[in-house]
Design a protein around this ligand. Sequence first.
Ligand SMILES: [Zn+2]
Length: 54
Amino acid sequence: MIECPVCGAEVSLPDGTVAGEILECTDCGTELEVTALEPPTLAEAPETEEDWGE
Ligand SMILES: [Zn+2]
């Protein structure tokens, strides 16, 4: 279990999680990026901007 960096809730990593994977905190709904596995580290994923080009 890892703590959500945003709300502090416990987030579990599914088996087979790889670095760079995006998880969603079940408590606050924030998208969290797995930045490292040893030790498991989560960071708030950057908001996906709608990039439609111009
Ligand atoms: Zn959270």
